[in-house]
Structures are given as structure tokens and as C-alpha cells.
Design a protein around this ligand. Structure first.
Ligand SMILES: NC(=O)c1ccc[n+]([C@@H]2O[C@H](COP(=O)([O-])OP(=O)(O)OC[C@H]3O[C@@H](n4cnc5c(N)ncnc54)[C@H](OP(=O)(O)O)[C@@H]3O)[C@@H](O)[C@H]2O)c1
Length: 262
């Protein structure tokens, strides 16, 4: 049981606070946000305590930083002395996109830091949170972090050098998957299905297929082959997708996210 702090309880900070609350590991949740109303609403929902940034930095054993990347440095200037004055251990968890461990250590000093990359589906417990750890983080702290976010979906440690490549799939992928669902639904609407049903069926199909692949470990190509009966309709759809270079387009989309310069 630990005291878990969040500075910045917006979309992502709020979603991870909800997951931490469900884990049952947080004996108290400390919630700090620039506009306190957001933290107050969340505190009412989760049973947490609304605090200032400095109080969160003073009391939390695990401190999530949920402000936008360009605001991180300024926010840290306001709590650095509090962190430095602490004699006990504190695990700092940064979700700021693009802020690598080297930058975070330059800002925070050589202390236990996790750089994490969550994605939008964490809000419904179906997310992927990738994390890379500074050398000061112990195995026990990694386990605690994984258990804290277990209700958000998959939590996976990754070598920091691979984080950008992986987040092309996990972070950007929900946009691609949503486009696929929309396109499937458009096809069904063109064939006469009402829009709402078309979108629900497409999204459920995508979720179920993903579940099947994850639970069985089956190769996606093999699953595709099992659905394509000889002379059937599915192979005709596969033929159309191949004609339009569907797989090449998706592969290139992931590479484009990786090659994007900041
Ligand atoms: N959203 C995603 O899908 C996603 C995915 C991966 C990583 N991330 C990372 O998550 C972080 C948050 O993104 P978000 O989408 O959740 O943004 P967001 O909804 O704008 O949340 C940021 C929150 O930080 C608060 N804030 C700003 N300055 C503050 C300060 N000095 N002290 C305390 N709170 C402060 C804001 O308060 P106000 O209400 O006053 O504006 C806001 O509630 C970013 O670093 C982003 O890179 C997000």
C-alpha cells in the first residue's frame, strides 16, 4: 500500500489515476491540477484528496507527472526543492511524450524515474503502457508500478531505444484502428446496414480478433487463412485489400510516425 500522487489530472493523468484507484494498492490518492476543479471532480469520483503540487511532491511514494511536455520543466521548477529535501524514496513517473530519461534525469537528478508511454485505451482498461526505467529503479518498484496500472491494460517494460518504434503501434495505432473501423462501417453502410450497428459490429469484431490473437498467440496470417475458405467471400475481400496495398500502407504509416522529426 502506497501513497500515490498525480500532478496534472487531465485526460491521461486522470485515466491512470482511475486505474491506480482500482488496483487497491493506493492507500491514498493525492490529486493536484492547475485548475483545481478537475482534481476535485476526480477526487469525488475516486475518493482521493485534492492537494497542491508541492504537497503531492512531499507526500507521494509514487508521483505521476501528467502535465503536457512543454509545461513539465516549469512545473518541476516549482517542486524541485521539495523533492530534494526528501530523505525517503520516491518513484517519479513521467508520461511526457518525447522527454527521454536523459532529459528527465537532467531535470530531476539521478533518482528512480520511469518514463512511460500510455495510450488512449487505458481509459477503458484496454490500453498498453510501455515503460523504461532509470538505473536507480529497483525490481520491486517496477512490480509495484505494474500492479498499480494493471487495471489499465497491458503494462510492459521496454528498452528506451525501442520506445519510439513501439509507440508507432501503441500510441498512434488507435487512430489507425479507428480509421479501419470507420472504413469497415462505411462498407457495411454502403451495403445497407444502419450506421450505428455498422460501427458497433466493426469495433466489436476488431476487439474480438485482437483478443483471439493475444490469447492464443496465433500468427495473424494463420488466422486470416482460417477465415478464408476456398472459393469463399473473405478471400475476395483479401484480394481487394492486397490490390490496394493495404498491408504496405499500414506498415508505411507506422514507419512514418517513427521517422517524424520533432
Ligand atoms: N492523451 C494521450 O493520449 C497521451 C498519450 C501518451 C502520453 N500522454 C502524455 O500525458 C501528458 C498529459 O496529456 P493529456 O492529454 O492528459 O493532457 P491534458 O488533458 O491537457 O492534461 C494535462 C493536465 O495538466 C494540468 N496542468 C498543467 N500545468 C500544470 C501545473 N503546473 N501543475 C499542475 N497541473 C498542471 C492541466 O490543467 P488545466 O486543467 O488547468 O489545463 C491539465 O489538466 C502529456 O505529457 C502527454 O505527452 C498523453
Amino acid at each position: 500500500m502506497a501513497c500515490i500522487g498525480f500532478i496534472g489530472t487531465g485526460n491521461m493523468g486522470g485515466a491512470l489515476a482511475r486505474a491506480a484507484a482500482k488496483s487497491g494498492l493506493a492507500h491514498s490518492l493525492l490529486l493536484a491540477n492547475r485548475s483545481p476543479e478537475k482534481a476535485q471532480l476526480l477526487a469525488r469520483e475516486l475518493g482521493g484528496e485534492v492537494v497542491t503540487n508541492r504537497e503531492a511532491a512531499e507526500r507521494a511514494q509514487v508521483l505521476f507527472l501528467g502535465v503536457k511536455p512543454h509545461l513539465l520543466e516549469g512545473m518541476l521548477d516549482g517542486i524541485r526543492d521539495v523533492l530534494d529535501a526528501r530523505e525517503d524514496r520516491i518513484l517519479i513517473v513521467s508520461m511526457a511524450a518525447g522527454k527521454d530519461l536523459k532529459t528527465l534525469r537532467a531535470l530531476l537528478g539521478d533518482r528512480p524515474i520511469l518514463r512511460i508511454m500510455p495510450n488512449i485505451p487505458v481509459a477503458v482498461g484496454g490500453g498498453v503502457t510501455l515503460y523504461a526505467a532509470s538505473p536507480e529503479v529497483t525490481e520491486a518498484e517496477k512490480r509495484l508500478f505494474e500492479e498499480l496500472l494493471a487495471e489499465s491494460g497491458m503494462v510492459s517494460e521496454i528498452q528506451e531505444s525501442l520506445l519510439e518504434a513501439a509507440s508507432g503501434v501503441t500510441g498512434c495505432g488507435p487512430a489507425f484502428a479507428a480509421m479501419f473501423v470507420e472504413a469497415l462501417a462505411d462498407g457495411a453502410v454502403a451495403c445497407g446496414l444502419p450506421r450505428r450497428q455498422a460501427m458497433d459490429y466493426a469495433a466489436q469484431m476488431l476487439m474480438g480478433t485482437a483478443k483471439l490473437l493475444l490469447e492464443t498467440g496465433e500468427h495473424p496470417g494463420s488466422l486470416k487463412d482460417r477465415v478464408c475458405s476456398p472459393g469463399g467471400s473473405t478471400i475476395q475481400g483479401v484480394r481487394k485489400l492486397e490490390e490496394r496495398a493495404f498491408r504496405a500502407a499500414v506498415t508505411d504509416a507506422v514507419i512514418a510516425t517513427f521517422e517524424k522529426e520533432f
